[in-house]
Write a protein that binds this ligand. Structure first.
Ligand SMILES: NC(=O)c1ccc[n+]([C@@H]2O[C@H](COP(=O)([O-])OP(=O)(O)OC[C@H]3O[C@@H](n4cnc5c(N)ncnc54)[C@H](O)[C@@H]3O)[C@@H](O)[C@H]2O)c1
Length: 449
């Protein structure tokens, strides 16, 4: 009997062989046993979280060569969903060849397939084969769990959680996703970037010897602020101005710096055992900045004693850098300039970024969708996404408390910073004082254990 790809997606078998837990990715021949005869079926996609990245990700998905249709959208807010819909409908095909199908011709979202509010994701997911999860990270564990439960193929953005309890949920669902052979791509897009893939292969081939030290940075001016509007409940305000609240954002060490920390985890093929660091708020003093810090400097220690010196800073007017460096026993790698140096600083190898670099945001969709369309199973990024997210949370716990935080204790701590329910009138765990200011962690006083 011929199976359609749709059946494959829904019926993916339990108990199948697991993919590697290491930072992703295209593993050798993981083709699943089902007929390829219906490979031309239209793949239906649902977009969950229709903001900036959701809009970009769905346009990238619809710009791939595969036969895809956007059939459902979900967002907490109607205005965000409507703006996204308009942007997608106005987007031109990235492929300018005559044969290219315009992005908007791949959109078929009637009004009753646009879902607004906290629970809309469930209805949207039920209509699709593939889901794109691009809300802020606080919701990711719940959305990922549901997508896995329904047997969907998944693209989800980083970070994948904001606290240890969320990490455990993602790890549990990731295990089931592997058993069901559901492709999961996480938007840690350096894994899909040619220069990083090339350099990392050289590291793994031993070109710089053993990695014994590393540094990484996400230092820049910071991001947007959404001022409070009259009539907003505390939940609505925190949802709109989400960057500044840890239950939904995780602080910028988690929300952005994860990219750089993850690269070092990839190079080490593992995760730190402990973290110690310092951080605070030098310029983020106003009430619009919620509770997050504006700088974190963390030493992450790996089991073999390797130290990762990590810095992230959101302070306008300071020097900027977004990069990762490795120091090995035989040489160094500078990822942003895509070079390998010997220990005296001579360039041994330079990746030709001008001619060989790709757009990794597009590549992650090209590779995922081609895999799903072919009925194959290649991507199991969720576990690494969870462990790299946990690394950033470990760093945050170290800077907030000013204590040395052990990985095992932190990941198993059960710490859960989410509101007890998701509703516009929910009682929020973090509330402003009479002046509108929120409590902020104080190193030496904030305690986890
Ligand atoms: N890989 C990258 O380089 C990259 C770049 C940008 C953003 N991101 C990630 O993408 C995610 C979204 O970021 P963004 O910049 O698009 O933010 P955004 O605020 O522009 O969009 C988030 C959207 O999700 C919606 N939303 C919030 N809670 C929801 C819920 N419970 N159900 C449904 N919708 C909900 C919001 O209303 C909003 O429209 C974040 O995790 C971010 O880290 C990744």
């Amino acid at each position: 009997m011929k199976n359609s790809r749709r059946e494959f997606i829904v019926q993916s078998s339990l108990g199948a062989g697991a993919l590697l837990a290491a930072p992703l990715v295209a593993q050798a021949n993981p083709r699943v046993s089902f007929s390829q005869s219906n490979v031309g079926d239209t793949l239906k996609v649902a977009l969950i979280g229709c903001g900036g990245r959701g809009t970009g990700a769905i346009i990238q998905a619809l710009s791939t060569k595969e036969n895809i249709q956007l059939v459902a959208m979900a967002d907490a807010f109607k205005d965000r969903l409507d703006d996204c819909y308009k942007s997608v409908m106005n987007s031109r095909a990235k492929d300018t060849s005559a044969k290219a199908v315009q992005v908007n011709q791949k959109v078929n979202v009637p009004e009753d397939h646009k879902f607004v509010g906290f629970d809309g994701y469930k209805q949207a997911m039920a209509l699709a084969d593939v889901v794109i999860l691009t809300t802020p990270p606080g919701f990711r564990p719940y959305h990922f769990e549901e997508a896995v439960r329904l047997g969907k193929q998944i693209f989800m953005e980083k970070p994948v959680a904001t606290d240890p309890a969320g990490i455990q949920r993602v790890l549990a669902a990731a295990k089931i996703a592997k058993e069901k052979k559901l492709n999961v791509v996480v938007g840690l897009q350096r894994h899909y970037q040619n220069s990083y893939r090339d350099l990392m292969k050289r590291v793994q081939d031993g070109q710089i010897g053993d990695v014994v030290s590393a540094s990484c940075w996400w230092n820049n001016d910071g991001v947007w602020v959404k001022p409070r509007k009259e009539g907003q409940t505390e939940m609505e305000y925190q949802m709109r101005n989400w960057y500044y609240f840890n239950w939904i954002c995780g602080d910028h060490i988690t929300e952005q710096h994860i990219h750089n920390i993850d690269v070092i985890n990839w190079a080490k093929n593992g995760y730190p055992v402990r973290a110690r660091g310092t951080g605070g708020r030098e310029v983020r003093k106003g009430k619009e900045y919620g509770e997050i810090f504006d700088h974190h400097i963390v030493e992450f220690e790996y089991a073999d004693g390797t130290i990762l010196n990590s810095q992230c800073r959101h302070i306008p007017g300071t020097w900027t850098k977004v990069d990762e460096h490795l120091i090995g026993t035989k040489g160094k790698v500078l990822f942003d300039s895509a070079k390998i140096l010997d220990l005296k600083g001579n360039v041994n190898y330079a990746f030709d970024k001008k001619t060989k670099e790709n757009n990794p945001y597009q590549t992650e969709h090209d590779e995922l969708w081609a895999t799903v369309a072919a009925g194959e199973y290649k991507f199991a990024d969720a576990e690494n996404g969870a462990y790299s997210t946990m690394t950033s949370i470990l760093g945050r716990m170290a800077t907030y408390s000013g204590q040395i935080i052990e990985w095992d204790k932190a990941i198993n701590s059960g710490i859960n910073i989410a509101p007890s329910r998701f509703a516009w009138d929910a009682d929020m765990p973090l509330k402003p004082d009479a002046n509108g200011l929120y409590p902020v962690a104080v190193p030496g006083k904030t305690k986890y254990f």
